[in-house]
Design a protein around this ligand. Structure first.
Ligand code: COA
Length: 367
């Protein structure tokens, strides 16, 4: 996982917009958020998170078959963030694409990564959730700017024959709610223009109450449904890692599922809503805190703009003690990343020289 160093507390926000620490805490549970600074972007955070995942899994970037980046805030409309990650890792064998299901993107991407392995087509799939929503919020709009933070989280999926791993997946969408959470301009419907910028149409707009209602219903329903598909009753789920949007949403879901809040991973007080990054960041922190152990049934569940929702039920199989790379392998990967940078520049230079030679040959041919 990766989160920016720059922290913005509720108190900091109260100095720039008409809000208070008390309001934000009681309505959302959020206390602070990490905000991308100069030089930080969705791709840069995704690359850092991917390198951390490769370190923990002790894997070689050249063995990755597929990279999926779940994001709705890519660095560019094109190329994809996944291609930027592929280039920085030197993942020379990998296909790469972005997947946009807003805050559900990571769980969607995890389900897709699982299918890619289950099809027999791929053996090692890198799945990343990364977003920089703070670049798309209106910092004068107190109803949205207090909610979001930035970050990235990544996991590596590996083909195994064992009984553990992903047990069931669930994907859902309801486009009729598309207007409830939307960035109106910047796409093909409303390309950037002086007018669109003046009207602030590049900022995120949200109907908070409607989204809240959708989220409270969806979180519990999706968890219940994916558990059922995995052959589990809700009380057989050891840990639920939900999208970190609002503590009240998680508390309501816990009540509906008749499960104690302790069964849920909650870290939104530190990060706010990091969109696609929230579930993988919570997964990493739960792992580091020793809350995840082999044999446990875990449900990851996301919801967001679209409207979209997704859930994955899995049986954890890796012992945390195994998740350490020997030092020489860490150095080896460091060398591979340096080489990836050199290789990328060499390829760019070769392209420039080739174009130059072709132009020269054409000019000589015309004489
Ligand atoms: N500080 C102080 N007051 C605020 C405020 C803020 N940051 N944001 C809104 N308010 C005000 C409103 O203007 C309103 O004032 P009014 O009664 O004078 O009109 C009042 O607080 C209540 O607003 P309301 O929207 O009803 O608050 P709420 O209890 O529904 O909480 C959210 C607002 C945004 C926290 C809540 O709706 C929510 O969490 N929705 C889901 C958002 C979400 O998760 N989005 C991402 C999904 S992936």
């Amino acid at each position: 996982m990766y989160v920016p160093k720059q922290v913005l507390t509720n108190g900091d926000l109260a100095q720039t917009v008409d809000t208070s620490d008390e309001w934000i805490r009681t309505r959302t549970g959020i206390e602070r958020r990490h905000v991308a600074g100069a030089g930080e972007s969705t791709a840069q955070m995704a690359i850092e998170a991917a390198r951390a995942a490769l370190r923990v899994a002790d894997a070689d970037p050249r063995a990755i078959d597929l990279i999926i980046v779940g994001t709705s805030t890519p660095d560019h409309l094109m190329p994809s963030t996944a291609c930027q990650v592929q280039n920085a890792l030197g993942a020379t064998r990998a296909g790469a694409f972005d997947l946009n299901a807003a805050c559900s993107s990571f769980v969607y991407a995890l389900a897709m990564g699982h299918q890619a392995i289950a099809s027999g087509e791929h053996r090692l799939v890198l799945v990343i959730g990364a977003d920089t929503l703070t670049r798309f919020v209106d910092w004068q709009d107190r109803s949205t700017c207090v909610l979001f933070g930035d970050g990235a989280g990544a996991v590596l999926l590996r083909a195994t024959e064992g009984p553990a791993g992903i047990l069931a997946t669930l994907l859902g969408s309801d486009g009729s709610g598309g207007d409830l959470l939307i960035i109106p301009a910047g796409g093909s419907a409303l390309p950037p223009s002086k007018e669109s910028v003046e009207k602030g149409l590049h900022y995120l707009r949200m109907n908070g109450q409607e989204v809240y209602r959708f989220a409270t219903q969806t979180l519990a329903q999706a968890t219940e449904e994916v558990a059922k598909r995995a052959g589990l009753k809700p009380d057989q789920i050891d840990l639920i890692i939900p999208h970190q949007a609002n503590l009240r949403i998680i508390t309501t879901a816990a009540k509906r599922l008749k499960l104690p809040l302790e069964r849920f991973v909650v870290n939104l007080q530190e990060y706010g809503n990091t969109s696609a990054a929230s579930v993988p960041i919570a997964l990493c922190e739960a792992l580091e805190a020793g809350r995840i152990n082999p044999g446990q049934n875990i449900v990851l569940v996301g919801f967001g703009a679209g409207l979209t929702w997704a859930a994955v039920a899995l049986k954890w199989s890796i012992s945390p003690a195994r998740a350490v790379s020997p030092a020489y392998r860490v150095w080896w990967r460091w060398l591979l990343y340096r080489w990836a940078g050199i290789r990328s520049r060499l390829r760019q230079a070769t392209r420039h020289v080739t174009v130059w030679l072709i132009r020269l040959a054409n000019r000589i041919g015309h004489r």
